[in-house]
Design a protein around this ligand. Structure first.
Ligand code: UDP
Length: 253
């Protein structure tokens, strides 16, 4: 069988050329990184869970009319997506103070914000994805003013959808990051949600206990990351309730 052409390898995913022009295959790895890849580990089963969870969120978004790059899941670790031109921004929506915002403003983590706040980081690992004002985005041509209006509207719609879905399973959506891409239908350009939506890119706290069910478990050494992601997947009905994550096969002598 011919080998697929690798387009790009990131921290948590590999992108391959898809079977048809204009498509790509996203392969979800088990690698976890934090603090701009200063902390690294392989977390068995994470890629399988994020593939399923991202499929769940992307198809849910499409169901409420928010376009995404997702076409269909191919297998345990891969999904077929439309190829997009990625906008070099991390679009972050915050409902409660946490992470870099809490640190920057000296705020207590978990404080509810007066309204959802959308902010932008410039996607550049070498610079540590710095926070950028909208003024920079227009001036440097990363996105037009029209694009920015659309991006904010999409980000807030994604927030409404994700907050509602998570609330329904007893989870508070503290904040999340999305990426957007451009797709061209002839001369007509549309923005779509791209990349992934998973507990790697959201902060998710149990409503009752405040337990963290997202990548902070890894960042802050709070326990087993796969168990946390499995709990999110189980509550959302993405995995049957009796499934626990796969353990390595044991060699029987
Ligand atoms: N986030 C992400 N990728 C990044 C930076 C942030 O997915 O490169 C997510 C992060 O998981 C959180 C939200 O965006 O859900 C806000 O992150 P924050 O700015 O607080 O940065 P962090 O504390 O993760 O450095």
């Amino acid at each position: 069988m011919a080998r697929r052409k690798k387009i790009y390898e990131g921290k948590a995913k590999i992108l391959y050329e898809g079977p048809e022009p204009g498509t790509i295959v996203q392969y979800f790895k088990d690698d976890a990184t934090a603090f701009n890849a200063e902390k690294k580990a392989v977390i068995e089963g994470k890629g399988v869970l994020n593939n399923r969870l991202s499929e769940f969120f992307m198809t849910g978004l499409q169901g409420v009319g928010i376009p995404t790059h997702f076409i269909r899941r191919l297998n345990m670790r891969e999904q077929l997506c439309r190829q997009v031109e990625i906008i070099p921004l991390e679009v972050i929506v915050r409902n409660y103070a946490a992470g870099s915002m809490a640190k920057r403003l000296g705020m207590e983590e978990g404080r509810q914000l007066p309204r959802p706040i959308v902010e932008f980081s410039y996607k550049n690992d070498a610079l540590g994805d710095p926070l950028v004002p909208e003024e920079y985005i227009a001036a440097f041509g990363w996105a037009s003013q029209q694009d920015m209006d659309d991006i904010v509207a999409i980000a807030l719609r994604v927030n409404d959808f994700m907050s509602g879905v998570m609330h329904g399973v007893g989870i508070k959506l503290i904040d999340f990051k999305i990426e957007l891409g451009r797709v061209w239908d002839n001369d007509f350009m549309r923005l779509v949600v791209a990349d992934e939506i998973s507990p790697d890119s959201c902060r998710l706290w149990d409503i009752e206990t405040g337990q963290k069910l997202d990548k902070d478990v890894f960042r802050q050494d709070l326990g087993n990351l796969t168990d946390a992601y499995t709990e999110v997947a189980r509550r959302l009905g993405v995995l049957p309730s009796n499934v626990t994550h796969a353990h390595k096969p044991t060699l029987i002598n």
